[in-house]
Design a protein around this ligand. Structure first.
Ligand code: ZN
Length: 240
């Protein structure tokens, strides 16, 4: 299985807190984590100029793609969005992390605004598992604590997920559908909310295990069909 990580680099990552959380860079942290699955991983950088180096060759060889973005969603060209979404509908697994809820890509695939409530306070998030038998949650117990995280709260404007696995709880009383799977076309999409760039969430052993299990779960079970074209994609949400 070939894994591709598209990870944004932004100004917060160059500030003290960002460097403290990920001295090596968040993208490198995610790539190293996924290499522990024994599969090859390609790391692609996104910044204010857009996505750099995601060639057709890399995309067409990708079985699972991880996507993390925050400030620079608008810099991602519609050409890239269309190509990646097309491959996702043909069977490539997608994992959207944290502020990738606001990416053009997820809005295109889910067809809603994916807006949410947020508060950057760096407090505890407790992710309660609501589907203990799910392969993504295997061996992880009833809940996962992320000691410092940005609050993401409901209402979260997503379609009803095909599978709910985690609901996040925050000290402000908010709850959030923080771990859910959507089936689109022949592909699977997993969204996971933890992972603000100034907190070292992707260093937590339970989160790493969860994301590796998510990678295996969304991986195509059958060969990706090259000739299926993506359909039913609304245009309105690509432009905002
Ligand atoms: Zn954030």
């Amino acid at each position: 299985m070939n894994i591709t990580v598209v990870c944004e680099h932004n100004k917060f990552m160059d500030m003290e807190e960002g460097k403290k959380a990920y001295p090596e860079g968040m993208g490198v942290c995610l790539a190293e984590m996924l290499k522990e699955t024994g599969n090859p991983v390609t790391l692609i950088r996104m910044d204010e100029k857009g996505v750099d180096g995601l060639t057709d060759e890399i995309l067409n060889g990708t079985d699972v793609m991880f996507w993390w973005g925050h400030m620079h969603h608008g810099a991602v060209s519609d050409e890239i969005v269309n190509k990646v979404a097309d491959r996702a509908l043909r069977g490539m697994g997608m994992v959207f992390l944290h502020s990738a809820h606001d990416s053009k890509m997820i809005k295109k695939l889910l067809g809603t605004s994916c807006s949410l409530k947020w508060r950057e306070d760096g407090e505890l998030e407790r992710l309660w598992c609501v589907n203990m038998a799910h392969p993504i949650a295997r061996g992880l117990g009833e809940y996962i604590d992320v000691p410092q995280e940005e609050m993401y709260g409901e209402p979260f404007d997503i379609p009803t997920p095909d599978e709910m696995i985690y609901i996040g709880w925050f000290r402000g009383g908010e709850v959030f559908r923080g771990g859910c799977v959507f089936n689109r076309g022949r592909g699977k999409i997993f969204y996971f909310n933890p992972g603000h760039e100034t907190y070292p969430t992707y260093k937590l052993p339970q989160v790493r295990q969860l994301l590796k299990q998510a990678c295996a779960y969304v991986a195509p079970g059958i060969p990706i069909k090259e000739d299926v074209k993506c359909v039913h994609i609304p245009e309105w949400n690509i432009k905002n």
